[in-house]
Design a protein around this ligand. Structure first.
Ligand SMILES: Cc1cc2nc3c(=O)[nH]c(=O)nc-3n(C[C@H](O)[C@H](O)[C@H](O)COP(=O)(O)OP(=O)(O)OC[C@H]3O[C@@H](n4cnc5c(N)ncnc54)[C@H](O)[C@@H]3O)c2cc1C
Length: 512
């Protein structure tokens, strides 16, 4: 049977995309070359947006035993343990979840596999490698091999979520921009004795003798990352005895801790210039690679999956034309490049080993910190690149805030109480006569919902000030929200809202 979408790669990005499309009943095949889950140490931290995405799958990161949040600040310290930087990793982000959560990637992948496997329209082919890809205007053809046999799978679309060495990207001839950045680090996933603690729980030791990251690794685990010095041999430091030697000053020995996973990685910064060719797209590490100093590589990939899923879903429903996929590339590439740049900048600060440069860095960072009275910094809200949103309206292109609400007797975060999809919110004002009859037909064709939100009497009753504060900051009364929770537009008057709504429709090229 021909599939709607073939996804190459069952990493977190491919699995999430398969789930989001599979839940809509789409026929999805995921092809994964490894017979088992990839057990090397990788992601341990994720941001509030990813917690929001996982919540749509029924994973509640605040209460799920596979995730933890330390509700503490994140510190960067000099070799003599003076504070250089303090980051707020304990607060709630505007989008309704904590700024940072800890987990371990193989466990998350196992969860996603369980969810995907329960969907009748999703097929996971493990132990199969994609080796050839062809497409024409009507469909795609992927040849896969399992070592002894080969078969061809046909689909309307192919997505390469096949990691840093992406076969799909290379088969499509997409150009990779390598920013020529690399540092080698030894990564250790540890299971210490239950009473083991570090203080602070999450911190960065900017010691030029050995830049080191000390963070949680998900419940019951801790992660140490040690920079491999320019004078050191990578193979030597990858040995288990080197790991224990480096861990000894931290009070860890084979008697009180288990070394669960270890690997030496070369951290790199790369992106692919084009993410779509005809009926084929790339996502995740296939499209962008960043050093993990910001903990954003997988997060960026999961955003790609969400961004692709609502577009592909609407195309497969016959509601949008395939051209809308162009905005997947233009929106996501700019967003991912922001995080590549940000991660590089963090690495440039962390990885300094020259004593003179270290002294200058420490003096500068301590002065900055003193100038803001030791107050922690918070993360930026990053805008999408140009696409399906109105640049000239306040807060558009950003992730929408989220508060607690009461809807149909259900009290919860907005996403869980009300749901997800295209929405027009009239905040503390009437929703009557916002769109004319024809506009309303188009909106409903997109599955859109028009809701008033605010005090008693509105469709959705707010239980905190999130929506009101947002509207005051934006100087607006109305907002158009997309299925990926990003803000398409805000407007002050019904007339403005209608103009922005029609701009969005034009950009979507809705098929009526
Ligand atoms: C040390 C380290 C720490 C990190 N920490 C964080 C962090 O804290 N937070 C964060 O957000 N990110 C982090 N990352 C990044 C994160 O691990 C990656 O961004 C994420 O795994 C990318 O997911 P993906 O699904 O795009 O690709 P992958 O996870 O690489 O999955 C791709 C899959 O495709 C399969 N595949 C490849 N080629 C083929 C083929 N031809 N046929 C079939 N299958 C194929 C592979 O076997 C693989 O399973 C870290 C990375 C490293 C190395």
């Amino acid at each position: 049977m021909s599939q709607n979408v073939i996804i190459v790669g069952a990493g977190p990005v491919g699995l999430l995309l398969a789930i989001l499309l599979g839940r809509k009943g789409r026929a999805i095949t995921i092809v994964e070359k490894w017979p088992e889950i990839y057990e090397r140490p990788r992601a341990v931290t994720m941001d509030a947006e990813v917690a929001r995405i996982l919540a749509t799958l029924g994973i509640d990161c605040d209460n799920d035993p596979a995730f933890e949040n330390h509700k503490e600040l994140y510190y960067w310290k000099s070799a003599d343990l003076k504070d250089l930087q303090i980051v707020d990793w304990k607060s709630l982000a505007p989008s309704g979840w904590h700024v940072t959560y800890w987990f371990n990637q193989p466990e998350l992948e196992a969860r996603l596999i369980d969810i995907a496997s329960a969907l009748p329209s999703v097929t996971l082919l493990r132990g199969w490698t994609a080796v050839a890809l062809n497409q024409d205007k009507d469909g795609t053809e992927l040849v896969i091999e399992d070592g002894t046999s080969s078969q061809t799978v046909n689909a309307q679309f192919v997505v390469g979520a096949d990691g840093a060495n992406s076969f799909v990207r290379d088969a499509l001839g997409l150009e990779v921009v390598d920013e020529g950045y690399f540092f080698d680090w030894l990564i250790l996933d540890m299971i210490p004795a239950a009473d083991y603690k570090t203080s602070p729980a999450q911190w960065q030791l900017c010691d030029p003798k050995r830049p080191t990251t000390i963070v949680p690794g998900g419940p019951g685990r801790r992660r140490w990352e040690f920079m491999v010095l320019p004078t050191e041999d990578k193979d030597e430091i990858a040995k288990e005895e080197s790991a224990w030697r480096l861990l000894e000053p931290w009070g860890l020995t084979p008697d009180n801790a288990q070394l669960e996973r270890s690997a030496v990685y070369r951290f790199q910064a790369r992106y692919t210039k084009q993410w779509r060719k005809g009926r084929c797209m790339i996502a995740g590490d296939a499209a962008h690679l960043m050093p993990p100093f910001a903990g954003e590589g997988m997060c960026a990939g999961l955003r790609d999956a969400v961004a692709l899923s609502w577009r592909l879903s609407a195309i497969l429903d016959g509601k949008l034309g395939a051209d809308v996929l162009q905005s997947y590339e233009s929106e996501r590439i700019a967003h991912a490049k922001h995080y590549i740049q940000f991660s590089r900048e963090l690495g440039d600060i962390i990885c300094i080993t020259n004593p003179k440069e270290v002294a200058a860095r420490d003096a500068r960072m301590m002065a900055d910190l003193a100038a803001r009275d030791q107050q922690p910094i918070t993360g930026d809200l990053v805008k999408l690149g140009p696409g399906i949103w109105c640049e000239d309206t306040a807060t558009a292109g950003e992730l929408s805030p989220q508060g607690m609400v009461l809807f149909n007797g259900h009290e919860d975060r907005f996403d869980q109480a009300v749901g997800q999809g295209w929405m027009i919110l009239a905040v503390d004002c009437t929703k009557d006569n916002l769109l004319n009859d024809l506009e309303m037909i188009d909106f409903e064709n997109l599955g859109g919902r028009l809701l008033s939100i605010g005090s008693e009497g509105c469709d959705v009753k707010t239980l905190d000030a999130s929506y009101r504060d947002w509207m005051i900051a934006a100087g607006a009364n109305y907002a158009i929200i997309r299925p990926d929770f990003y803000i398409a537009a805000t407007a002050n008057t019904p007339a403005q809202l209608a103009i922005h709504f029609n701009t969005i429709l034009d950009r979507l090229r809705l098929i009526t």
